[in-house]
Design a protein around this ligand. Structure first.
Ligand code: PLP
Length: 320
């Protein structure tokens, strides 16, 4: 703070430290970790950098978060085609994605954890299908990193996640990891002093060092608690929530299987937003997403928070 530009070595040393912490957490070499401003920027940088060919298919579930769905549109200028696949039910999500991967598929873009329903995709399995078809797997991990164990394996080509959700580090930073296979298919959309041609590195300038400092503090704080303890806690609170919601007669939206931090369900009310406001007035913060009520407890929540939510829901929405 006092050294200004002359503090650059200190900023950069902190950045390398954060890259090493993240590398350990995500199972990747620290030098593979890049930073951008947001998940949306990471996805657009990816979509704009891949050198598209005529006939390429880009597979995206039709109900994806807008930042996963929209960045691919410009690829049509090169003759690529966006294939939006309907997801009729959460238990079909993975099968529908796998079925859509075939000849001509060049990229598949998915959320690791679906932001509306909470379904966790087996990105290893999807990645293997992508590799077999010669396609690149692009994963938005914003709802996964910090909530569930994430290992970015060989079969994932691009993985990105902002730090403001489950990593509790605030806005203005996202992690981006890109495989060599993906880099070989790219021509960086942005260029600068960090990646003069013919360098294929996607880093083009400085990163957001102040938020990198915030991320360092957050990662150290989370490490004190231990990521495994946090994952277990998130899973336990989610389980309690899912059981309670089931007892009240609602159906959890996510596909059966591994659970992340998001538990969503249709509250069967005319106005889910109004229900969110009613809950907020009682000190309970949840979200409405496409008609579903989305509840996302983190490690700082307790079993009694969950029980209070369930009790208040029962009070506000008479049993069906
Ligand atoms: C799946 C998903 N992707 C992306 C975002 C937005 O991330 P960012 O603001 O880092 O672009 C969100 C939510 O804010 C999200 O739920």
């Amino acid at each position: 703070m006092s050294a200004g530009y002359m503090g650059i070595d200190v900023w950069q040393a902190r950045t390398e430290y954060v890259r090493s912490l993240l590398g350990e957490r995500l199972g990747v070499q620290p030098q593979r970790i890049l930073f951008v401003g947001s998940t949306t920027e990471a996805l657009n940088l990816t979509a704009r950098s891949i050198v598209w060919r005529s006939g390429d298919r880009i597979v995206v579930p039709a109900d994806e978060f807008p930042s996963v769905a929209y960045p691919w549109a410009h690829a049509s200028h090169a003759g690529a085609r966006l294939v939006e696949i309907p997801i009729p039910s959460e238990s079909d999500r993975e099968a529908r994605v796998l079925d859509a991967i075939g000849p001509g598929t060049r990229a598949v873009a998915v959320s690791h954890v679906h932001s509306r329903t909470g379904t966790v995709l087996d990105i290893e399995r999807v990645g293997q299908a992508c590799q077999a078809a010669g396609a690149l797997l692009v994963v938005d991990g914003i709802q996964a990193v910090g909530a569930i164990p994430v290992t970015i394996g060989e079969e994932v080509d691009v993985y990105c996640a902002a730090t403001f959700k489950w990593l509790i580090a605030g806005f203005g930073l996202a992690v981006l990891v890109v495989s060599d296979r993906a880099l070989a298919a790219m021509e960086p959309a942005y260029r600068g002093y960090e990646n003069p041609p013919p360098d294929r590195n996607l880093r083009y300038s400085h990163w957001n060092y102040p938020v990198i400092y915030a991320l360092a503090a957050a990662l150290e704080f989370l490490a004190e608690i231990s990521p495994e303890v946090i994952y277990r806690r998130v899973a336990a609170l989610g389980g309690r929530l899912a059981d309670g919601v089931g007892r009240l007669g609602y159906t959890v939206a996510a596909a059966p299987g591994p659970r992340a931090g998001i538990v969503s369900f249709d509250p069967h009310v005319r106005d889910a937003e109004a229900l969110v406001t009613d809950l907020a007035e009682r000190g309970i913060d949840v979200a409405a997403r496409g008609g579903l009520l989305r509840v996302s407890p983190h490690f700082y929540n307790t079993a009694s928070d969950i029980d209070r939510f369930l009790g208040t829901l029962e009070e506000l929405v008479p049993r069906r």
